[in-house]
Write a protein that binds this ligand. Structure first.
Ligand SMILES: Nc1nc2c(ncn2[C@@H]2O[C@H](COP(=O)(O)OP(=O)(O)OP(=O)(O)O)[C@@H](O)[C@H]2O)c(=O)[nH]1
Length: 342
């Protein structure tokens, strides 16, 4: 970032929240550098685990042969990439190696990175605009957040509220997880931190009524975004389906096209368990976007690759820490780069 941009950043307190009119490039370079550093740091454990296993697998081998590919297959599966996606990746590498029989093992890292990046970026149905920009979205844009208890739903909602308000957007939160003790209070704490309105009816009340009132408040306040928390009970698929459809039905009485987004929050540190939950929730409701949390502090970051490949639903956000700013808009190419670049 040049000195002129730095000066502007210092003198205009609004700049961190608003897109500056001048030297946009410099300022955004600065933000994306920070984002990349936090992503690199968040994925450290996953990366160490994958590269540690790859280095051990190629000891004493100079070319990528069938044995190396078999080992690589095991490594990717044990790194939570998932069987189906691993098979696709290995097939791609096999084809590449077949073209050049003497591919050196030292090139394996970069081949792996290229092939995974190509696999993920080829699927254009996973593309989406910067999810914190609301200009072209319905107003208020209603996000219903679903996921099992402890996946990081409430924290993700708090982080989202913070990211939106940082960009000058008006946000309303609905404390619809009326089942778990402390969930309402936790959401209120996040709401206060982010400086947004929180609609709550207390514990053991009807979540659909909370959703209705939050949407109503959002319309009255001319809010940009309304985010509704829900209880994460996966007791039976039918109950979950009924509960979520009721919440939708009731908010639609006030805003017929709500919710505009159903965001499923998955705990990335649970690896394949997150994949199972994604399958269950996508059967129970129309999930339109995914947020994968707790990728810091786990070696299971590979799960994001499998999920991005298996579900034709975009991973929109990833959680790489507990702080307000540790929720990132998911960038597939950048993610693969952070995970597989030595
Ligand atoms: N390290 C780390 N911790 C996270 C992240 N996201 C959430 N957490 C932590 O995960 C724990 C559970 O998060 P909650 O937001 O309470 O989970 P929840 O899904 O709302 O849980 P319920 O309210 O029970 O449904 C909290 O201690 C959070 O601080 C993340 O990206 N990284």
């Amino acid at each position: 970032m040049n000195l002129f941009c730095l000066l502007l950043l210092t003198v205009n307190y609004k700049l961190p929240h608003e897109r500056p009119r001048y030297c946009t490039m410099g300022l955004f370079d600065f933000f994306s550098k920070e984002k990349k550093e936090s992503l690199d740091k968040g994925l450290e454990k996953s990366k160490e685990s994958i590269f540690g296993k790859i280095s051990r697998a190629i000891v004493g081998k100079s070319t990528v042969d069938e044995d190396v590919l078999d080992e690589l297959e095991d490594i990717l599966i044990s790194s939570d990439v998932g069987v189906g996606t691993t098979v696709k990746i290995i097939k791609r590498i096999e084809e590449r190696v077949a073209r050049d029989k003497y591919t050196g093992t030292s090139e394996l890292d970069s081949i792996l990175r290229d092939e995974i990046a190509t696999l993920l970026t080829e699927n254009k149905s996973l593309d989406f605009k910067d999810s914190f920009e609301t200009e072209n979205l319905p107003k208020p844009y209603v996000i219903m957040v679903v996921g099992v208890n402890g996946a990081g739903k409430t924290t993700t909602i708090g982080k989202l509220a913070h990211q939106f308000t940082k960009r000058g957007k008006k946000v309303v939160l609905g404390a619809g997880d009326t089942f778990r003790a402390a969930a309402v209070d936790q959401l209120k704490t996040w709401g206060t931190r982010a400086g947004v309105v929180v609609i709550d009816h207390g514990m053991n009340t009807d979540p659909a009524a909370v959703a209705h009132d939050a949407v109503k408040k959002g319309v009255e306040m001319n809010a940009d975004v309304v985010i509704i928390d829900t209880a994460g009970r996966l007791h039976t698929k039918v109950n979950l389906m009924n509960e979520l459809s009721k919440i939708k039905r009731v908010m639609q009485k006030f805003l017929p096209d709500a919710p505009h987004e159903v965001l499923l929050v998955l705990d990335g540190s649970t690896g394949q368990n997150a994949v199972i939950q994604a399958r269950e929730f996508t059967k129970a409701t129309d999930v339109t976007a995914l947020a994968i949390t707790k990728l810091d502090g786990t070696a299971k970051g590979g799960v994001v690759i499998g999920i991005s490949d298996e579900f034709k639903i975009p991973v929109k956000y990833i959680g790489v820490g507990e702080k307000m700013d540790d929720l990132q808009v998911f960038d597939r190419a950048q993610f693969v780069d952070s995970l597989f670049k030595k």
